[in-house]
Design a binder for this molecule. Structure first.
Ligand code: ARG
Length: 444
């Protein structure tokens, strides 16, 4: 049984399985049922079925966890399950098709996935924020070219990632806006002749808007690309932070202690404390590049209107979300539990991190900056101790390496950064309230 039986001979099983999406339709099955429920109610309102009661019960009882066999996809499996129990179910594909139904279901799940990703990000940003505040005055070196650069604080370090993420999380909100448009009622490609309300069904599913043009609504996966792109962009600060943790926790740097929960061991080297979870996160997040490349390759040059290629794209979207969410949560937990070795951090002061400060001080006193720079460079050939040089050429030691940097965003003035991050966290929490709206959908 199936759509095929009316028009064509049975397909050999291996070919039927080749084109079937049943194995990964589990991911969207509950959302497909939600779409069907609102469609059935609309069919009743418009008089195309007598009563929706029995069908709605059957839809509610459909078991999404079961393995269904012999169907092209879950849409077909559900329809035949309904028809086997109710004559009225023969109407359920009136005025819609699998193409608008699947696009609607994918968008419903994507909306929630975006919120889950944002929530994981919230945990990471919060962990960075808490660490930044706790260690706001703790000396911590900065690096450029991975060479010791200027004196910084751990507050500066941790809040740098938090601020980037606060600036970048709206990428996911933009993806959400693109996603929150309802294709239902667009049918296969050009709408249906049956007078059913699109607005009614779409607002029951709590969509912000319609994906208006029927052809666009059924064929576009721009919303999926927007999510995958946002996840990839947001993964970059995650992987850069992880990379720092590898370097900073290596005993040759010794700045960060790997939390025991996150450490892996060695089979022969008893001293090892490897940052194992971050190694896996690094590898997993790199798959996002592959997923985005795959999605672009799949969509590039695809003719307008639904093609089965689109079906093959869907699981990669769930994969991207899952990879991102897990990695962000792992990094959040790592950050919460990590400790700094403050003494080791101060040891970096053996490098002339304040060399630029000294040249600046000379310049402020009237020496042209390039001459001041040259003077300090000459002295550094003799000793790396900047304070010794300062005593010699300024007649006084350099000030506190942190407090002397007072411009907004510098280690001596992080308050505006903290305020910005706090406000960003609040904005994320505000977006997350959409969860309550989605949880009550479909509403009728
Ligand atoms: N299983 C498909 C998907 O996941 C939906 C069905 C489209 N099939 C069709 N013949 N139009 O995208």
């Amino acid at each position: 049984m199936g759509y095929r039986s009316y028009a064509m001979a049975q397909q050999p099983r291996w070919l039927a399985e080749y084109i079937s999406s049943l194995s990964f339709d589990k991911e969207i099955c509950p959302y497909v049922l939600d779409v069907l429920a609102v469609h059935v109610r609309e069919l009743e309102r418009r008089g195309f079925i007598k009563s929706s009661e029995k069908l709605l019960k059957l839809i509610e009882n459909f078991d999404c966890t079961k393995n269904y066999e012999g169907y092209e996809d879950i849409h077909e499996a559900i329809e035949y399950y309904l028809i086997s129990a109710s004559e009225e179910a023969k109407q359920i594909n009136l005025g819609k098709s699998r193409n608008d139904q699947v696009a609607t279901a994918i968008r419903l799940r994507t909306r929630e996935e975006i919120l889950d990703a944002l929530e994981a990000l919230y945990h990471f940003i919060k962990a960075l924020y808490v660490k930044a505040k706790r260690y706001r005055e703790t000396f911590f070196p900065t690096f450029t070219h991975l060479q010791p650069a200027q004196p910084g604080s751990a507050g500066l370090y941790f809040s740098s990632f938090a601020e980037e993420l606060v600036d970048s999380f709206p990428l996911l909100v933009t993806a959400l806006k693109l996603t929150d448009k309802c294709p239902l009622g667009a049918a296969a490609a050009a709408g249906s002749t049956v007078p059913l309300g699109r607005e009614e069904r779409c607002s029951e599913l709590c969509f912000e808007d319609l994906a208006l043009n029927a052809l666009y609504a059924t064929t576009s996966r721009a919303f999926a690309l927007a999510s995958a792109s946002a996840l990839l962009a947001l993964s970059l600060p995650l992987t850069r932070f992880a990379e720092d943790m590898f370097i900073f926790s290596s005993p040759s740097f010794g700045l960060v202690k790997v939390p025991e929960d996150h450490a892996g061991t060695s089979s022969i080297m008893p001293h090892k404390r490897n940052p194992a979870t971050l190694e896996v996160a690094r590898a997993e997040l790199s798959k996002l590049i592959g997923i985005l490349t795959f999605q672009h390759a799949l969509l590039k040059g695809l003719p307008s209107g639904y093609s089965l290629d689109l079906q093959q794209m869907t699981p990669s979207l769930w994969r991207a979300f899952s990879i991102f969410r897990k990695a962000a949560l792992v990094l959040a937990d790592f950050t919460e539990k990590l400790e700094l070795d403050e003494a080791k951090a101060r040891e970096f002061l053996r490098f002339p991190l304040q060399a630029a400060d000294l040249a600046e001080r000379l310049a402020v006193r009237g020496v042209p900056f390039r001459d001041a720079y040259a003077r300090v460079a000459r002295e550094l050939k003799k000793t790396q101790d900047v304070n010794e040089i300062a005593l010699k050429i300024l007649g006084e030691p350099l000030g506190d390496p942190l407090l002397s940097r007072r411009a907004p965003g510098a280690p001596g003035n992080l308050e505006p950064v903290f305020e910005k991050i706090y406000e960003g966290i609040e904005r994320i929490l505000f977006v997350l309230q959409l969860r309550y709206k989605y949880q009550n959908c479909p509403n009728s």
